[in-house]
Design a protein around this ligand. Structure first.
Ligand code: HEC
Ligand code: HEC
Length: 232
């Protein structure tokens, strides 16, 4: 409960700090975006590099357009997390864009990959899905859109490395059930629904056990137009 109250009072700051910095001579308020978004980093970890609990996702260094779309998705009901949505409700599109650009610009270290707790054959199936997809079930390779290095593609596609297995499983599961949606055409909903439960587990296990490449930045563009269309 104490943590909840602390979060909610921090939450109040995100909206108000923009308009009025507190004038306390004892503790001068440094009016930077890093200060104004302390309520966010309370859950998303220092500088948005993810909390160690394996669930609150990293937001640092993801493409700005992707982060902005997610803030709109939470605010407008395509994704659901009440405690966070309450922070976003009062904020304008322009301010959400500023917040998104702030986190996108941060270049902070990634956690070590998680050890894969699955048999080698499952891991190999995961690698195959990520890199080549499965023509039989119509699943395109993740690299088609998430980039050859899987570090994302500007402006709207996030990287898939450095994310905890639990988070990957839950996001793909949420797309299957319609709990998570993106603006139409929602390519990830189509892809997640084509993955069998075994394939979903395999690709999440493989992705979460891969080290980041030396260049962790999102790619500027995809190599070829993907086989399925995605929204903005
Ligand atoms: C109470 C904890 C909490 C707070 C505070 C919070 N978030 Fe979140 N945030 C979450 C959780 C949990 C998720 C993942 C929800 C889900 O399952 O989709 C999330 C998801 C996100 C995502 C999507 C990440 C991705 O890779 O898709 C973004 C962007 C984000 N938060 C930004 C923010 C910003 C900006 C703030 C501050 C204004 C904030 N969050 C405050 C808990 C929080
Ligand atoms: C046709 C293009 C396309 C392909 C192929 C694709 N993705 Fe995506 N993916 C996207 C886009 C676009 C988004 C961002 C959606 C949004 O705005 O919410 C996304 C988002 C995601 C996310 C959310 C990440 C986060 O930080 O919350 C996950 C997880 C994901 N994709 C997994 C996969 C996996 C696994 C595969 C391969 C089996 C795959 N994707 C193939 C386009 C694609």
């Amino acid at each position: 409960m104490r943590r909840f109250i602390a979060l909610m009072s921090l939450a109040a700051c995100v909206g108000t700090a923009v308009r009025a910095a507190p004038a306390s001579p004892a503790a001068p308020f440094e009016d930077t975006m890093a200060q104004r978004t302390l309520a966010c980093t309370a859950c998303h970890g220092k500088e948005g590099r993810a909390a160690p609990d394996g669930y609150y996702p990293r937001i640092a260094g993801k493409p700005g357009g992707y982060l902005y779309n997610q803030l709109l998705n939470f605010r407008d009901g395509r994704r659901h997390y009440g405690l966070m949505t309450r922070l976003l409700d009062p904020l304008s599109d322009a301010y959400l864009m500023e917040i998104a650009q702030h986190f996108a610009s941060l270049d902070v270290p990634y956690p070590a990959p998680q050890p894969a707790a699955v048999p080698a054959a499952v891991l190999e199936r995961g690698r195959k899905l990520a890199q080549d997809g499965d023509a039989g079930s119509g699943v395109p390779g993740c690299v088609q859109c998430h980039g050859a290095r899987l570090t994302g593609v500007m402006p709207g596609t996030p990287g898939l490395l450095g994310l905890p297995r639990d988070y990957l499983n839950s996001q793909l599961g949420a797309w299957r059930t319609g709990q998570r949606r993106a603006q139409a055409p929602d390519c990830m909903a189509q892809i997640a629904k084509k993955l069998t439960a075994e394939d979903l587990t395999a690709v999440a296990a493989w992705l979460s056990s891969q080290p980041l490449p030396a260049d962790t930045k999102p790619a500027a563009a995809v190599a070829q137009p993907p086989s399925i269309a995605c929204g903005p």
